[in-house]
Design a protein around this ligand. Structure first.
Ligand code: 8DG
Length: 135
């Protein structure tokens, strides 16, 4: 059978204090309880920015502004490949409006703190780029 190719978009969402939003995958999802950049799969016929704003609204009930692309990377998981694009984003409403609709938890973290969380393997390059931006 052909390998599955999944197109995924994620947010590098920075607040006014310079912290980044990371979210924890639900215990019942694939890659359970890992931390990630909020986002998800792009649906058929959908553009990246629309998909990212939709995913964040579905997951946390908040609107974001999707800005420029920060990163494009591919990763092979054992049973599927992901094509992962990360976009800079800003909140379009107050942080206190965030709800855990389809995320287990969320945190606003500094880059130093981010290193202490477990992310999926596909995120290694994005994390490296963030740390590089900081240096
Ligand atoms: N949103 C997001 N997804 C990521 C990141 N890193 C990474 O490998 N992924 C993977 C996990 C999933 O396989 C896919 C995101 O799709 P999704 O969040 O809609 O996943 P899903 O629960 O529908 O996936 P699945 O259980 O059906 O496999 O991309 C990341 O930083 N953010």
């Amino acid at each position: 059978m052909a390998r599955r190719h999944v197109r995924v978009v994620g947010a590098m969402l920075q607040n006014d204090g310079g912290r980044y939003l990371i979210t924890q995958r639900p215990p019942s999802a694939s890659l359970p309880l890992l931390w990630e950049f909020p986002g998800g799969r792009v649906e058929e016929g959908e553009d990246d920015a629309t998909a990212l704003a939709r995913e964040i609204l579905e997951e946390m009930g908040v609107a974001v502004h999707v800005l420029e692309q920060a990163m494009h990377t591919r990763h092979e998981y054992p049973t599927y490949d992901i094509d992962f694009r990360v976009f800079h984003c800003r909140m379009a409403e107050p942080e206190r409006n965030i709800r855990h609709l389809r995320v287990h938890d969320h945190r606003w973290v500094t880059l130093e703190e981010m290193a202490g969380y477990r992310f999926p393997d596909a995120d290694a390059k994005t994390l490296a780029k963030l740390l590089d931006l900081d240096s």
